[in-house]
Design a protein around this ligand. Sequence first.
Ligand code: SF4
Length: 331
Amino acid sequence: MNTNEKAEVLVQVNDLKVHFPIYKKGLLLHQIGSVKAVNGVSFQIRKGETFGLVGESGCGKTTTGKALLHLYPNYTTGDVIFDGKNITQYNEKRMRIIRREMQLIFQDPFSSLDSRMTVGKLLEEPFIIHKILSKKERKTKVESLLEDVGLPKETITRYPGEFSGGQRQRIGIARAIALNPKFIVCDEPVSALDVSVQSQILNLMCDLKEKYNLTQLFIAHGLNVVKHVSDRIGIMYLGKIVEIAEKADIYKNPLHPYTEALISAIPVPDPTVKNDRILMQGDVPSPINPPKGCPFHTRCRYASDFGGICMNTLPEMKEIESNHYVRCHRY
Ligand code: SF4
């Protein structure tokens, strides 16, 4: 057993499913199907680590992150165990207490902040909602939060609309860490930002992770972004995790054909290096009616090599090397 295996687990997810019903139009609600956004996902996040969750748009990664925060209680099955407590069946009242410890950094810093509130009010609000700190203490805390995210304290009296995308994301991050949470879901926090400010925000998040002793789920659609921030990475495709490994193993020794394709899509900033990009065939199938067998078989270049098993049988998740799991019949 290596040291990572001994690390305490903060978030344990077992067979998580989020299926959104589809209803037929009419006077009476009649369910005719469901969008299987997350379709049987299991993983764990250890205390103090950043777990990267990567996949194309529509693979279910954001829905997974939000389901961990109990945002879809009516459509979720499976177990989410947070800090030793199974929160899956928690009602809103019990979740209110836990929510202080679980926060979300939004993808879009332009719509995630109320433009009618000053930055000071936005950052003060979590303390007012949870009835903690006096007015004077709140002001001191808000100033220290701004300092932590690299913004001057004069920012307090200004409105979100007066800031650039990167600055607004700093405000969003300050709000997420305000209550000293244990766990943060970072939902593509730099994808809406200019490339020039993305690395500044990623560096800030790494610094704050250390300072606030945070555990993070970092969601991204490409492997280039998570490389900088993650300890371990899960690759998600059509509602399922298809590979999980330590960061170094994902980049050096990808096992799943989908991971191989994602790695080949990482831009290389050297024009002399030949780009051997693996082109995937077709589009991602619909999560309303996912294909039988391996969900990736309609796009996999190896799918016909195994005598039809890929089209008919869903591969199990197997540990192929130490801490390196993959869902593929090639192994
Ligand atoms: Fe490709 Fe078959 Fe592996 Fe699926 S199980 S990824 S179709 S080789």
